[in-house]
Ligand binder design. Structure first.
Ligand code: HEC
Length: 258
């Protein structure tokens, strides 16, 4: 009995060990993402606001050079704890094209909190032409658009390494085991500890930046998580109470019947 228990306990390890053995260095298949613990995955599903705010800084200072975030407005940042004034300040750093004015001309003005995040490129063609033909996808829904999204984005960001000897690389591509085909047109965006100077004083290790930007992107993709999980818990409590009321009612109704 004890032995059986031990075998069951070790089974996942044995299976995983086999899996990594099959990870042939010349393989082009993507690895399973590393499994991380995220606060938004817990039953209460809260976003780690401090982390999401730092993640916004990583997005702004690193990713936004290439990736748009079209579905998010500057004022949405208040949901992760930025104040109204901070949001106004953030928006005002960007220029948007507005118009036409009374003369029929389009004009540029500073962005307002109600504007969507300004994209780095005018259009997809412009984006492709400076990225060797590859298109840096919009990141608004990226954690939903990929299987096991948050873990995948984290693994991708921390998964850049030198290609194994003999692995044939196309020009302008970078080796990453978590990307299908293991060659990605994105150069490693997070390369050095301290790359971002966090406003809250946290030291920006590569690991920390990857975690923070995932927290930010997960909030961007699923801002309703907290509300949804809260409603779920309330519903369970309500059903629990209803259960006891129904039991009591049933007992009362059937009391005199043998
Ligand atoms: C220098 C430009 C550049 C920067 C900076 C950059 N990326 Fe990318 N990214 C790209 C390109 C180009 C692609 C498309 C890659 C391809 O299709 O081979 C891409 C693809 C991606 C993908 C999608 C991968 C997939 O499964 O299709 C994710 C996720 C991503 N980037 C996240 C980020 C994050 C997060 C940051 C900031 C920490 C960042 N990128 C910074 C250029 C960039």
């Amino acid at each position: 009995m004890k032995k059986l228990f031990l075998i069951l306990l070790l089974l996942p390890n044995i299976l995983l060990a086999n899996e990594s053995k099959h990870d042939d260095v010349m393989s082009t298949a993507a690895l399973h993402p590393k499994q991380m613990k995220w606060e938004f995955d817990s039953i209460f599903g809260r976003f780690d606001r401090a982390s999401a705010q730092r993640g916004y800084q990583v997005y702004k200072e690193v990713c936004a050079a290439c990736h748009s975030l079209k579905l998010v407005s500057y004022r949405n940042l208040q949901e992760i704890g930025f104040s109204e004034d901070e949001v106004k300040q953030i928006a005002s750093e960007y220029l948007v094209t507005d118009g036409p004015n009374d003369e029929g001309e389009m004009f540029e003005r500073a962005a307002l909190p109600s504007d969507k995040f300004v994209s780095p490129y005018a259009n997809e063609q412009a984006a492709r032409s400076v990225n060797g033909g590859a298109y840096p996808p919009d990141l608004s829904l990226i954690t939903k658009a990929r299987h096991d999204g948050p873990n995948y984005v984290y693994s991708l960001l921390t998964g850049f390494e030198d290609a194994p000897e003999g692995f044939v690389m196309s020009e302008g591509k970078n080796y990453n085991k978590y990307f299908e085909g293991r060659q990605i047109a994105m150069p490693a965006p997070i390369t050095d500890d301290g790359q971002v100077d966090y406003k809250d004083g946290t030291y920006a290790t590569k690991e920390q930046m990857a975690i923070d930007v995932v927290n930010f992107l997960q909030w961007a993709a699923e801002p309703e998580t907290e509300h949804r999980k809260k409603m779920g818990i309330r519903t369970m409590i309500f059903l629990g109470i209803l259960f006891f009321i129904l039991i009591a009612a049933k007992k009362a109704v059937w009391k005199n019947i043998k």
